[in-house]
Ligand binder design. Structure first.
Ligand code: ADP
Length: 265
């Protein structure tokens, strides 16, 4: 298969751990520049889906393409920024400073020599500044709070401006103000650089304000499409009930209350 406009293509994917089926007949295509929110209950297969996309797992049935190449053969890792739920940086004794961890994100893009130049330092500072952690750059990651650490890892995932950014529940450790700012930054990068974004989130009340597409997963695809079509779907009203659909679609005023409380940045 040649390089296509589809960043991800999943075709009739079935996956089981041992004998327990976790994903059943999953199919969808994601176009370049899309911002996809993946939502669904705990244990519905969201993280497994991401691991399949990245070729870390192989489906028993079905095909998965990443930038038009079979996912399990994919090697152009510099094109992807990935922030899993748990990383080794969560270890309190990880011996690296904030600026060094963010620099690692840039190195993945470089061929040889894998060195940091003056221009790189400027880009690193730009991302530290964007996430409000520039004052922490000389600190060791183990000294930081959970929310600060999360911001460092987000800066690391985004600093080389990958074509595809995959985030597994990135906002859980963030305070509301940082979370709003983080969503704003994502949206801006998505718009300006056409970076494709895939984000697993529990934040269903917020994601609809930023993402263009939604995948609702419950071992199978309950819904895949634009937020607009989700919000106008009678089938989804029937599936979720009117209240839950409105919560996702923001046909309620929580967003305005939210903005008034925390302000926009
Ligand atoms: P989600 O991200 O939606 O919470 P997961 O993809 O993490 O769901 O998990 C889906 C199901 O697969 C869960 O029932 C989980 O317990 C199971 N599971 C996840 N990882 C493994 C594994 N490595 N081995 C066996 N079962 C697993």
């Amino acid at each position: 298969m040649k390089e296509t406009e589809n960043v991800i293509s999943m075709q009739n994917v079935y996956f089981s751990y041992n004998s327990a089926e976790v994903l059943s007949g999953v199919s969808f295509d994601l176009k370049k520049g899309a911002f996809l929110g993946i939502v669904g209950p705990n244990g519905s297969g969201k993280t497994t889906l991401i691991r399949l996309m990245l070729g870390f797992l192989k489906p028993q049935i079905g095909d998965i393409y990443l930038f038009g190449q079979p996912a399990f053969l994919f090697k152009d890792w510099h094109r992807i920024g990935y922030l899993p739920q748990k990383t080794s940086f969560s270890d309190n004794h990880f011996p690296a400073k904030v600026k060094e961890i963010v620099a690692l994100g840039l190195l993945s893009k470089k061929r040889s020599p894998k060195r940091i130049f003056r221009e790189d330092l400027r880009i690193i500072d730009k991302y530290l500044d964007l996430f409000g952690i520039i004052d922490l750059k000389e600190k060791f990651i183990g000294e930081l709070s959970g929310g600060q650490r999360q911001r460092v890892l987000l800066a690391k995932a985004m600093v080389n401006e990958p074509e595809l950014l995959i985030l597994d529940e990135p906002t859980t450790a963030l305070d509301p103000e940082t979370r709003e700012r983080f969503f704003d930054i994502l949206k801006e990068i998505n718009n300006k650089k056409a970076m494709t974004i895939i984000m697993i989130t529990h934040d269903i009340g917020t994601i609809g304000r930023y993402a263009s597409n939604m995948l609702y997963l419950d071992k199978r695809v309950i819904f895949f499409g634009t937020f607009e079509s989700f919000c106008n779907s009678n089938d989804m009203t029937e599936y979720f009930g009117e209240f839950a659909q409105h919560l996702i679609c923001h046909r309620h005023d929580t967003g305005d209350i939210y903005k008034k409380s925390y302000g926009r940045i």
